[in-house]
Design a protein around this ligand. Sequence first.
Ligand code: BGP
Length: 472
Amino acid sequence: MLKLPKDFLMGGASAAYQVEGATKEDGKGKVLWDDYLEKQGRFSPDPAADFYHRYDEDLTLAEKYGVQTIRVSIAWSRIFPEGTGKVEPRGVEYYHKLFASCAKHHIIPFVTLHHFDTPLTLHDKGDWLSQEMLDAFVDYAKFCFKEFPEVKYWITINEPTSMAIQQTVSGTFPPGTKGRFDLAFQAEHNQMVASARIINAYKEMNLGGQIGIVHALQTVYPYSDSPEDKHAADLMDAFEDRLYLDGTLAGKYNPETLSLVKEILDANNQPMFKSTDEEMAQLDKAAHQIDFVGVNNYFSKWMRAYKGESEMVHNGTGAKGTSVSRLHGIGEEKKPDGIETTDWDWSIYPKGMYDILMRIHNEYPLVPAIYVTENGIGLKESLPEGATSDTIIDDPKRIDYLKKYISAIAKAINDGANVKGYFIWSLQDQFSWTNGYSKRYGLFFVDFPTQKRYVKKSALWFKKLSETHEIP
Ligand code: BGP
């Protein structure tokens, strides 16, 4: 039986906008999503899991089921409703109460400063493309470091790539721009610079905690052994993984990575992103001080060569087999026969998790530790008729998924990767940015209309693993 190390942390993940609800309460400022979602009319971020009022209930459950650590994010616009300037004391107070509740339940908070929820005022000024946003983010981070000394683990930014690619390439995040690879690369470089400035500032403040960044990392494989398909895989990898591993964990961009990026941009007649020597010095300094990298890995990708126009169809409803992803200048996604997928077309491929952890271990030796900061499976789940508060929701697919992926992590640890913890996405069922409420990931089922919580079988499985460190 595979085992995890004794000091391995078992956790649950969340993000402010996906769990808190209460988007109009206690002086919270608007974020990029509020008006956008209202206009879209598909679903509302309220009530989410009403964590703003029910955090203690969720942390009680978490403690009971062996969750030793949680990922939460601070909603920047609860603290600075306008992004900068005036502080909202009720927002500050809320997070002090949340962290006190964590301490009461012996749960370590890993706190993300930006998880896809830019304050509207700064989004309107260009979001990650604006220098003003970068400076405001550094100020907000420093405020948090001083204000919340009870936090010992900080994450600067969640998934810079997903944010940028969805904002300006696939158009699935506000403002919904499509096909602008140049803007995505610039926004990603800017996020890495902002993250580096924050890591360097945190280290100067000498607060004794740890700090890292979280990346969405998908292992990319060629669809066939042909040189064309292999090259498409290399391009996709540069686009989604390699540039950010280089920038944040090596502190410099490998010339080969840059030439792949340039090839994508040239094919789309778009300019290369800009960087300055001073920014590169910040990246280099941060890569030598970063304490950990967070890996969010759910699925892997297979690429084949493609010469046509870009075409992306997002499966946001769970209608299996409806996703399309063909990117001009990169390639086409095509899964080999026999690869299992979820209803949202995400491949289930634990070897991809093993491969990405080993890649970081082998190719990015500066980073001292890795946490798997998100992994899990979205499923369509419902409350059985006549359910009582003791009803346990059966979720065998989740248990099977977790078993396979956590085994892949254990194997990577045995092979030398310094993976220190695992956070399931997600702690409880939450609101999903582009899927609303029907894609459930939680260890705990949330009946959204009543906000009642129900335990899933995976929570029992998780508890056993957390207590024994043996993968059941
Ligand atoms: C990650 C995000 C999370 C979460 C998760 C699941 O990219 O960091 O915020 O949403 O993916 O994605 P989805 O909700 O689209 O299924």
